[in-house]
Design a protein around this ligand. Sequence first.
Ligand SMILES: NC(=O)c1ccc[n+]([C@@H]2O[C@H](COP(=O)([O-])OP(=O)(O)OC[C@H]3O[C@@H](n4cnc5c(N)ncnc54)[C@H](OP(=O)(O)O)[C@@H]3O)[C@@H](O)[C@H]2O)c1
Length: 211
Amino acid sequence: MSSISIIGLGNMASALADRALAGGNAVEIIGRDPAKAKELAAALGGATVGTAGAAPAGDIVILAVPYASAAAVVSEYGDDALQGKVIIDITNPVSPDFQGFVTPDGSSGAQEIAKAAPAGAHVVKAFNTLFSHVLAAGPAEGRLLDVFIAGDDAQAKTRVSAFIESLGLRPMDTGQLAMARSLENVALLQLGLVAHSVKHTNFFLGVSILS
Ligand SMILES: NC(=O)c1ccc[n+]([C@@H]2O[C@H](COP(=O)([O-])OP(=O)(O)OC[C@H]3O[C@@H](n4cnc5c(N)ncnc54)[C@H](OP(=O)(O)O)[C@@H]3O)[C@@H](O)[C@H]2O)c1
């Protein structure tokens, strides 16, 4: 069992919180609007409500906010509140025309967020390649959904992998945090598929391991 704090109250926050509760994890919901946070926690059942800007209760903190707000949110909580936490970055820093990224060349959203995090926190990229409704629905047609992860700290990735398994999903480690760039490109690839071939968002990309 993991202890999770989710910052954000949107589609990804509710899908992650719902699966996390079903997986037996302790879940804290944190939003900038306390009334909305209480409403979501009540709808989920079993989640607690945290205070925006205060130290999150969870050992794992999921940033479920738009990329544009993510680094500012990390700075707002500050070094003391996030010291020692595993921070999961689920964002996709895609440009408004869906053709590229708003991050500096050679970097990624996760690496930019890591710059804002305290030295004693560990950023792990995860969940950015699963559409929220696909995540909410869970295993599809007998196949586990793959959650690609990337991060520099092996222990942090082990903890995130255990959390992912508790959601009934399959963690797939892709390497160091610099691989987040590739994972964010996978999200861009998915948007290209939506626009040009699949034409809807009810799909996921996963690994088929052949014997
Ligand atoms: N939707 C998907 O299928 C999907 C898939 C993979 C990854 N992602 C990524 O997941 C993240 C969340 O996406 P979403 O679809 O859940 O978005 P969403 O439904 O629009 O929810 C975003 C949430 O972020 C909160 N927020 C925004 N700025 C904030 C700030 N400065 N401080 C605190 N909270 C703030 C919003 O708060 P208010 O409610 O107060 O406005 C809202 O609750 C994004 O980075 C997105 O790229 C999304």
